[in-house]
Design a binder for this molecule. Structure first.
Ligand code: HEC
Length: 140
């Protein structure tokens, strides 16, 4: 029984990142997947705080939340060799948008302007999610 469990866990689960047009499957370890997902959850948290900040008129909170998901927050460099260029490009763009939003709020953007920027920014979330997904599979 123990030996069997060891054997099963020895077959490390791999994660496949599926490109929109199947070219080649990209293999990822669960640890690498966790890095990507942690970055995702951080961006969702930023979005939530930005919207709360704007709604409550707490612009400093909104600015900080946007900054937290700016280019500095990108962890993709660690995975750069494994991720497709288009995926990395979308990632860089969304982080840049967070930085630009932070800067705009800092320099006195209106709520309306911030909202337009948020609309553009979230378009990247939607675009990437509709193009890629992480898939777990076992090697055979
Ligand atoms: C460069 C591509 C890309 C961009 C841009 C992107 N995501 Fe993701 N995100 C993914 C992938 C791939 C997954 C895994 C989806 C799957 O396999 O089901 C994911 C998953 C997530 C998850 C699930 C996290 C978990 O723990 O399961 C959240 C939340 C998320 N993204 C939020 C966002 C938000 C918010 C944005 C925009 C601010 C965003 N993402 C932008 C690629 C991206």
């Amino acid at each position: 029984m123990n030996a069997r469990i060891a054997l099963v866990s020895g077959l490390a689960t791999l994660v496949v990142l599926t490109p929109p047009v199947m070219s080649r499957p990209l293999l990822h370890t669960p640890a690498e997947r966790d890095v990507v997902l942690a970055e995702m959850r951080a961006m969702l948290e930023s979005l939530s705080r930005i919207v709360h900040g704007l709604a409550a008129g707490d612009l400093l909170m909104a600015e900080k939340a946007a900054r937290a998901s700016g280019m500095k927050a990108t962890v993709e460099s660690r995975l750069e060799k494994k991720l497709p260029a288009h995926f990395l490009q979308l990632g860089r763009r969304v982080h840049t948008r967070f930085d630009q939003l932070a800067e705009a709020i800092k320099t006195g953007a209106t709520k309306d302007d911030a909202l337009k920027r948020l609309a553009a920014l979230t378009g990247y979330c939607v675009a990437c999610h509709s193009a890629y997904r992480l898939e777990e599979m076992r090697p055979d």
